[in-house]
Design a protein around this ligand. Structure first.
Ligand SMILES: Nc1ncnc2c1ncn2[C@@H]1O[C@H](COP(=O)(O)OP(=O)(O)O)[C@@H](O)[C@H]1O
Ligand SMILES: [Mg+2]
Length: 269
């Protein structure tokens, strides 16, 4: 069985004249915490969208190997099929149902995974009720796991940024994924919340065995968490390696300095 969970081979993605991904090849080992970094517009979110079936690259191949060892070709698959194969993600901009409670937000994820759906939830036959008990159980476990059990009945729009980020992780985990893609999981959080998120993400991998693919601008968080990194710039992979190798790579330093128009935290210092 392949020890690669993702294998991306020569992927090119274009929007009209814009090349978002230019001949990108990369891989992720099963169980790895892998990061993709790069300046704004480098193609990081485009890569995530391609890995999750949201975007369809014109060239190359992306394969995902599930826990039974079955190799699935992602390009051409619909996003919900990719999700049910075991690929979960959080979004750069929060996409939860802000009028619902913490509990309800996670439970929706657990139920959609079990295919109960809106009709099933209304009809509530014996099978649905059993499924619902399992979803309730799973929701409670996940809220405890991410440290939000005491806020289960809080309306999610009134949660702090750090708590919202943890809620999104719980929602991603509700579908029982093999890999979790996190798009800027620490955006908007304060230093104390960043430390908590770092240990939560590591715990997801260590205790649940879920592989982590991370996009993040905060270099301290990325370097603390990632076992290996790829650097994207203008749609191309310009470097790959351990945190130490990336930090001291002149090509990487140049790419960041060359685009340092805003946040100084982006420079890999
Ligand atoms: N749906 C889209 N339509 C047109 N252009 C897009 C689309 N998605 C991404 N792009 C372009 O692809 C490039 C990379 O964007 P993105 O993947 O969002 O970068 P990053 O996440 O690294 O900031 C940008 O030039 C962006 O404008
Ligand atoms: Mg992005």
């Amino acid at each position: 069985m392949s020890d690669l969970i993702f294998n991306v081979d020569n992927v090119t993605l274009r929007f009209g004249g814009v090349v978002s991904l230019n001949n990108v090849s990369l891989h992720q080992k099963r169980g790895e915490i892998l990061a993709v970094i790069g300046p704004n517009g480098a193609g990081k979110t485009s890569l995530f969208n391609s890995l999750t079936g949201v975007y369809q690259p014109q060239e190359g191949s992306i394969s995902f190997t599930d826990r039974e060892g079955k190799v699935i070709s992602i390009i051409g698959k619909k996003a919900h099929r990719v999700a049910s194969a075991g690929v979960a993600r959080t979004f750069q901009a929060s996409r939860m149902f802000s009028a619902l409670t913490t509990y309800e937000n996670v439970k929706i994820g657990a139920e959609s995974h079990r295919g109960i759906g809106v009709i099933g939830a209304m009809v509530k036959g014996p099978r649905t009720r059993r499924g619902e008990r399992r979803s309730d159980q799973r929701t409670e476990e996940l809220l405890k796991f991410v440290g939000l059990y005491d806020k289960a009945n809080v309306i999610s729009s009134s949660l702090s940024y750090g708590d919202r980020r943890r809620l999104e992780i719980a929602r991603g985990l509700a579908t029982d994924p093999q890999v979790l893609l996190l798009d800027e999981p620490a955006a908007g959080t304060n230093p104390a919340e960043k430390i908590q998120l770092t240990s939560l993400i590591r715990k997801v991998r260590d205790e649940m065995g879920v592989s982590i693919l991370l996009i993040e601008h905060d270099m301290k968080l990325v370097m603390a968490l990632a076992e290996r990194l790829y650097v994207l710039n203008f749609g191309s992979v310009i470097a790959e390696g351990s945190p130490d190798a990336i930090r001291s790579n002149p090509v990487v330093i140049e790419a960041y300095l060359g685009s340092s128009d805003d946040e100084s935290e982006k420079s890999p210092s």
